[in-house]
Write a protein that binds this ligand. Structure first.
Ligand code: GAL
Length: 644
């Protein structure tokens, strides 16, 4: 059994039949069957067509669409259609639309126009979800529910009065009384002492920097408020269709939503991924987010949206050259996806996405794009046995949203240049280049099974988190960690706070480096960040050389725990003793999923790889051993005997 009741790998895309006359639908389903499509995401933005007036439903067209798909062997990832509230709702209840930080209420005319805390919005979404569930609960095509769409894509936060009231409730629950809030937010600073919760507002545009503790709580609240929208719909779906899995599509590694919390609420983790074809290294950052998706529930996930070629929302939208679509699709499989889905099936004729690529381009079946869709469909059939397999990683990268939110608070940090995603990538790049499998982890999980745990940054760090880190066989901690507690208040004695005993050092002062500056150390060049540290109980592995930090410790080790007080260009010395899944040249990615080895040539040149063990090539159905050649942007997937 795969992610849904559809066997094998899932293949398909967003299908928006309401944008086309019905005659076109017959061609759609015929071509879907030809390409091997087995799943279509339907009704994502259909609220205004399904409920054209309050309480008046028009399901007839959707009935015909779903029946037609079913007749052609295509199951349905059925959206609850709540991603864009309809005009009647907005006009009747303007409070449904979100308000920005300057107090401007946004207008109708795009999508995702809703205030997450609006009780009217939530009540109407739940009503529609119930109507959808009742209507389609017994339809054999129903494979999965797709709640809303990409939460926090356009609407991350809302600053209206209803959101303010909801924020106050969140704070009352968190702090009990106003004294608790005053203490946590340190309101003695800059004269912000509150005497009642009524005085507390969301962090709207203020004359100067806003209280950073307030900002962190606001991020927590906004993530939770959107999650509450998801959960409200999910509760109804569970009640009516308890056996149908539920998802909402994530947006790779996203600052605004704590996906550890979100994933717990999902049956199927799904992701939308849009690496830029013009960026030759985009496959690395996307691999990191795929690894996050796999790690969220530690099981297979689903690539629910990707682009067959160009997107339409960058300044310049580069197409994918021949082969790249298949390569990027197989990359998602390599990192644990149980399918490949696209935005969208048929290229739009109108609207902001009419130039966004699709599985079936404007030019129809004679286009290169369509031929590549057919090829991918065929490849996925050959790879069907991969569905359900898992990955074993030796390395875990710690990612904590609270730390992220604290670290990137505007205007109040030693440097605005420490960006969590970049810090994660600085470690991920060399691991990925060497073919070493990586999981991501929240700080609280059992980390004892990994050979190496890396916390690139844990700005916000609690004693409980330290306990889980202590269990690591080998731990590397990056700079500016253990600085503040959960309320964004500096730990007594400063950094590294609760990590002090584990690291055996203390940080006297952060020493951020100006843009472009280099700081030499005995282990190579550091940029962006350094620290003046003192060793209390650790050995010094590297020292700063030159400048004001000359001779001071830069990298230290205490037992199995290493601390880096700076951002070094070359992190490979810390990655010894790990097992690459294959030896690959630059630009070739090697990833293992149980007993399947994926070799992905991301370069525009042929590449050679010497196999360590023979395997069966699923795409060419041949035995392979010794040296093999990968054509430009080609992939080889081998079944190797024996488990990972
Ligand atoms: C996603 C969205 C889709 C489509 C796609 C285009 O963010 O969920 O509806 O807009 O981007 O790349």
């Amino acid at each position: 059994m795969g992610l849904t009741r559809v066997p094998g790998l899932l293949f398909g895309g967003d299908y928006n039949p309401e944008q086309w006359p019905e005659q076109v639908w017959a061609e759609d389903v015929r071509l879907m069957a030809e390409a091997g499509v087995n799943l279509a995401t339907v009704a994502v933005f259909s609220w205004s067509r399904l409920e054209p007036r309050e309480g008046e439903y028009d399901f007839a067209w959707l009935d015909r669409v779903i029946d037609l798909l079913h007749e052609h062997g295509v199951a349905v990832d059925l959206a609850t259609a709540t991603a864009t509230p309809p005009p009647w709702l907005v006009r009747e209840h303007p409070s449904v639309m979100p308000v920005d930080a300057n107090g401007t209420r946004l207008e109708f005319g795009s999508r995702q126009g809703y205030c997450p805390s609006s009780p009217i919005f939530r009540a109407h979404t739940v009503q529609l979800a119930r109507a959808m569930a009742e209507r389609y609960k017994d339809h054999p095509a129903l494979a999965m529910w797709h709640i809303s769409n990409e939460y926090a894509d356009h609407t991350v936060e809302c600053f209206c009065e209803e959101s303010a009231a909801d924020f106050r409730k969140f704070l009352e629950k968190r702090y009990g009384g106003i004294d608790g809030l005053n203490a946590a937010w340190g309101t003695s600073c800059w004269g912000q002492h509150y005497t009642s919760f009524d005085q507390v507002e969301p962090p709207r545009k203020a004359p100067g920097p806003v209280n950073p503790s307030q900002l962190v709580d606001w991020r927590r609240f906004c993530s939770d408020a959107l999650l509450a929208c998801f959960n409200a719909e999910k509760a109804v779906l569970r009640e009516v269709t308890p056996d149908v899995p539920v998802t909402t599509n994530f947006m790779s590694i996203l600052h605004s939503l704590d996906y550890w919390a979100w994933a717990e609420a999902e049956d199927v983790v799904s992701d939308d991924a849009y690496p830029d074809p013009a960026d030759p290294s985009s496959h690395v950052a996307i691999a990191l987010s795929y690894d996050l998706m796999r790690s969220l529930r530690q099981r297979p996930w689903l690539l629910l949206e990707s682009a067959p070629s160009a997107v339409s929302w960058r300044d310049v939208n580069a197409p994918k050259p021949p082969g790249m679509m298949r390569l990027h699709s197989l990359q998602a499989l390599a990192h644990g996806s149980d399918g490949v889905m696209f935005f969208q099936w048929r290229q739009a004729k109108y609207g902001p996405e009419k130039f966004h690529s699709a599985m079936l381009p404007h030019g129809g079946v004679s286009t290169r794009g369509w031929q590549e869709t057919l090829q991918l469909g065929a490849s996925l059939k050959d790879l069907a046995e991969i569905a359900g397999t898992t990955t074993r990683a030796e390395v875990a990268l710690v990612l904590d949203w609270d730390s992220w939110w604290g670290l990137e608070a505007p205007e109040s940090m030693p440097s605005q240049r420490l960006k969590l995603k970049e810090l994660l990538l600085s470690w991920y790049r060399p691991l990925h280049a060497r073919g070493i499998a990586v999981d991501l982890t929240p700080p609280g999980r059992d980390l004892s099974g990994y050979k190496l745990v890396i916390a690139p940054n844990l700005y916000m760090c609690t004693p409980e988190q330290v306990k889980s880190l202590e269990a690591a066989q080998k731990l590397v901690v990056g700079p500016f960690s253990g600085v503040v507690d959960a309320a964004d208040q500096v730990h007594d004695g400063g950094a590294p706070g609760p990590l002090r005993d584990l690291l055996g050092i203390t940080v006297d002062e952060p020493w951020p480096l100006p843009d472009g500056a280099e700081q030499r150390t005995s282990m190579g060049t550091a940029r962006t960040w350094a620290e003046w540290i003192r060793v209390t109980d650790a050995e010094v592995l590297a020292r700063y050389e030159g400048g004001d930090l000359d001779g001071r410790p830069a990298v230290t080790r205490r037992g199995h725990v290493t601390y880096l007080s700076c951002l070094l260009d070359d992190l490979t010395p810390f990655l010894d003793g790990l097992t690459p899944v294959a030896d690959v040249p630059e630009g070739v990615e090697a990833t293992r999923r149980q007993n399947y080895l994926f070799l992905l040539n991301h370069t525009a040149e042929p590449a050679r790889v010497t196999l360590r063990e023979p395997g069966f090539d699923l795409l060419t159905q041949t035995d392979r051993q010794g040296e093999i050649e990968l054509a430009p942007r080609d992939a080889v997937v081998l079944r190797i005997e024996g488990d990972q």
